[in-house]
Design a protein around this ligand. Structure first.
Ligand code: GLY
Length: 205
């Protein structure tokens, strides 16, 4: 699978359906937001976006960051303006069902002691990261990690997916690794890069 195929196929994965999965505290509809994060690596070139809203295929934007800018990671409004500049249309993906589901599952509706939840949970209702690793016909490695992140996170929270060495790491000489799960745990140990360094040191998967 080459980079074109990777980016094309991941268009399907970018737009993970389901509940509005990134939210702020508070109950205003306007605050029920879907925020997308993605990182794309290919032959040690890297591009990523975080906190990007209203774009259907963030992997394609991450690719443009990699190919068209001197940068590695664009976030939030800047990432959105870059996407618009690159010809990506803005979309409004929130459905009535998603917003209703968000209200029903929001921790504020469940907490009994009035305290803010301090731990993050990934379960059947709250998970949506996808990582794909590839090797093309010439043996070059690539990968993409895309998510809308944990539900009920704080505004501004970035998960592991767009962080180099967190949710994805590709080293053309050694291997490729990607992660799903609670991003904080993965970022804390530089999860994907750590695994690749273990391979470089001679360990086996
Ligand atoms: N692994 C996805 C996230 O923590 O947002």
């Amino acid at each position: 699978m080459d980079l074109d195929q990777l980016a094309r196929d991941l268009g399907e994965l970018d737009f993970v359906p389901g509940t509005a999965s990134a939210v702020e505290n508070g109950r205003r509809l306007a605050r029920c937001r879907r925020i997308l994060e993605v990182k794309l690596c290919f032959e040690a070139r890297r591009g990523a976006v975080a906190g990007l809203e209203h774009i259907r295929h963030p992997a394609a934007v991450a690719r443009r960051v990699m190919e068209k800018t001197p940068h590695v990671l664009l976030i939030g409004e800047g990432a959105m303006w870059f996407a618009i500049q690159q010809g990506f249309p803005l979309e409004m993906p929130y459905t009535v069902e998603a917003i209703q589901g968000w209200y029903e599952k929001h921790p504020d509706n469940k907490k009994k002691d009035g305290k803010q939840p301090t731990s993050l949970t990934i379960d059947e209702q709250n998970h949506d990261t996808v990582t794909v690793l590839t090797r093309d016909t010439k043996g070059h490695l690539g990968g993409v990690c895309t998510t809308s992140g944990l539900a009920f996170k704080m505004p501004g929270r970035v998960g592991d997916s767009p962080i180099i060495g967190g949710g994805l790491y590709v080293d053309d000489e050694v291997g490729a690794a990607g992660a799903t799960g609670v991003g904080e745990e993965i970022i804390r140990i530089g999860g994907s890069a750590f695994l690749i360094e273990q391979l470089r040191a001679g360990k086996t998967p």
